[in-house]
Every structure is written in structure tokens, then in C-alpha cells.
Design a protein around this ligand. Structure first.
Ligand code: NDP
Length: 280
């Protein structure tokens, strides 16, 4: 039976540390870290995420402003706002909540943010720096996965790590971070043959697929650490990409959904915003 990795408790512990760090920046640099979030349209999930980000900032003393723009806002207007925020000394981090309405080019918006304020870590400059191992803004969910592993004391050096999923926001960056920590990393995706054979070799299994309970217990190595990034709504309940009940029997440690990786994502956004303020 596995130890349950309590992401909520770990996130709270880290956020308490941030309260002190924000005070330290205020006294040493005379500035308050500031985050600007741009939300275009009425997507209900996006509205909830943005509200949670705003609240999380307030709780640790980070200044935050949310620009809620109507669905019909033009791309030029969004780009104009980003350019204004790039110049705003109160703002150290800028985040464009995705997805954007179809008539707005997400890449153009991400690329318009100056890399020094790109706290989501999606700008090509930050992506490239992550690839070559330079200091950069690391995307929040992958950073949260590594932070969780660190906080529960999982040694990664020399371990077999398997990442299921190769998206630009989770799978690929988390694979690079595991590689930086000297794990031997295998990346799986929709064309991987005999998925279970590959996942069963993993000492550390990270799953970011978006398919409810796709990874069953018999695909998990006895004693593995399982990090389930997936969030899927099924019959009004949230479930992960891992079948918790069966994986729990085989793993040595596992994240629950909800309450595992989720709370770490916003925590890492706060971390990146504080890092951006230190770098001014
Ligand atoms: P994407 O849809 O962008 O990527 C999914 C990946 O899974 C793709 O690489 C795809 O492969 C792979 N995949 C799909 N089906 C299979 C399969 N049958 N076998 C193996 N691999 C497969 O998703 P994201 O990375 O954005 O998100 C993944 C999950 O994580 C979602 O549930 C999402 O909600 C959740 N998430 C949670 C966050 C949090 O804060 N907790 C933050 C971000 C995401 P291919 O490339 O070949 O198509």
C-alpha cells in the first residue's frame, strides 16, 4: 500500500514560506511582486482558475490584477495590453489564461510577453533555456511535479523515470526536468507500443494524458512513485489519469486527484512571480 502524497498540505507549507519571502523582497528591494492575468471571454473553467490565482496571490501578499476582457476583444487589443504590462514596473509576471477565443493567436500573445515576465514559462526563450539547462521560468505544472518529488524526498539520480504524455506544457518539460536530475527518462505517447511494458519499468511514473483512469495498477511497478497530473471530470467527480485504487496497491507513493499536483501548479506560479521580482 502506498503513501499518499498530500499536494495540498505541501502547497500550503510552501505558500507559508512565500509570505516571508514577499516581506523580504519588500524590505530589501522596496517592491511588491506583482502578477497580471489576462482573461478573454467567459470560459467557466478559466474563470475559476483565474479566481484561484488571484486569491492565491492575495494570500501570500503578491499584488495581482486581472484584466477580464470580453470575448470579442481583438488580437491587437490583447497585444496592446501585453505591451503595456511589459512596461509596467508594478508588474513582474504576466499570464495569458489559455485557451483564448479562436480569433486570437495564442502563440502571438505568448511571444509578445517579455521573457523576463513570462511566469508561465511558455515563451520560446524560456523553453529554449530549459532545454539547455539555463536558469529560466519553468512551466508551473512540471515545476510542481519536481517540487513534490523533492519535498517527499524521492531521489531521482539513476532512477528509471517514465512520462506518459508529450505535451509542451506538461509531458516534454517534466521529462527535461527529470533528465536534469539524472533520471533515465522514457517518454510515452499515443503511438507507444505495449505501454504497460514500458510503464512497468519505471521507478518514477508521471502520467499527463487526459484520459480518465487509463493507467491501471498492473501497469505500475511494485514500489514505484506515481505522480498523476491528469484532471478529468467523470459523473461530476474529478479523477486522474491513473486508476487510483489499483495503483495504490502497487506503488510506494502516489498523488491523489484532486489534492496532488493541482495545488502545486498555482504555487509554482507564485514562485515564478517572486523569482521575477527578485530579478528586476
Ligand atoms: P494534451 O492533450 O496536450 O496531451 C496529452 C498527451 O497524452 C499527448 O502527448 C498524447 O499523445 C498522450 N496520449 C493520449 N492518449 C494516449 C494513450 N492512449 N497512450 C499514451 N499516451 C497518450 O494534455 P496536457 O498535457 O495538457 O494535459 C494532460 C492532463 O493533465 C489533462 O488531464 C489535463 O487536464 C491535466 N493537467 C493538469 C494540470 C494541473 O494543474 N493539475 C495542468 C495541466 C494539465 P500524442 O502526443 O501522441 O497525441
Amino acid at each position: 500500500m502506498a503513501k499518499i502524497i498530500d499536494g495540498k498540505a505541501i502547497a500550503e507549507e510552501i505558500r507559508a514560506e512565500f509570505v516571508e519571502e514577499v516581506k523580504k523582497i519588500q524590505s530589501e528591494k522596496g517592491i511588491t511582486p506583482g502578477l497580471a492575468v489576462i482573461l478573454v471571454g467567459q470560459d467557466p473553467a478559466s474563470k475559476t482558475y483565474v479566481r484561484n490565482k488571484e486569491r492565491a496571490c492575495q494570500n501570500v501578499g503578491i499584488y495581482s490584477e486581472v484584466h477580464r476582457l470580453p470575448e470579442e476583444t481583438s488580437q491587437d487589443e490583447v497585444l496592446g495590453l501585453i505591451r503595456k504590462l511589459n512596461q509596467d514596473p508594478k508588474i513582474h509576471g504576466i499570464l495569458v489564461q489559455l485557451p483564448l477565443p479562436d480569433h486570437i493567436d495564442e502563440t502571438a500573445c505568448i511571444n509578445a510577453i517579455v521573457p523576463e515576465k513570462d511566469v508561465d514559462g511558455f515563451h520560446p526563450i524560456n523553453v529554449g533555456k530549459l532545454m539547455i539547462g539555463e536558469k529560466c521560468f519553468v512551466p508551473c505544472t512540471p515545476a510542481g511535479v519536481i517540487e513534490l518529488l523533492d519535498r517527499v524526498g524521492v531521489e531521482l539520480k539513476g532512477k528509471e523515470a517514465c512520462v506518459v504524455g508529450r505535451s509542451n506544457i506538461v509531458g516534454k518539460p517534466v521529462s527535461l526536468l527529470l533528465l536534469q536530475r539524472h533520471a533515465t527518462v522514457t517518454i510515452c505517447h499515443s503511438r507507444t507500443r505495449n505501454l504497460g511494458e514500458v510503464t512497468r519499468r519505471a521507478d518514477v511514473l508521471v502520467v499527463a494524458v487526459g484520459k480518465p483512469e487509463m493507467i491501471k495498477g498492473d501497469m505500475v511497478k511494485e514500489g514505484a512513485v506515481v505522480i498523476d497530473v491528469g484532471v478529468n471530470a467523470v459523473d461530476g467527480k474529478l479523477v486522474g489519469d491513473v486508476e487510483f485504487a489499483t495503483a495504490f496497491e502497487r506503488a510506494s507513493a502516489i498523488t491523489p486527484v484532486p489534492g496532488g499536483v493541482g495545488p502545486m501548479t498555482i504555487t509554482m506560479l507564485l514562485k515564478n512571480t517572486i523569482q521575477a521580482a527578485w530579478q528586476v
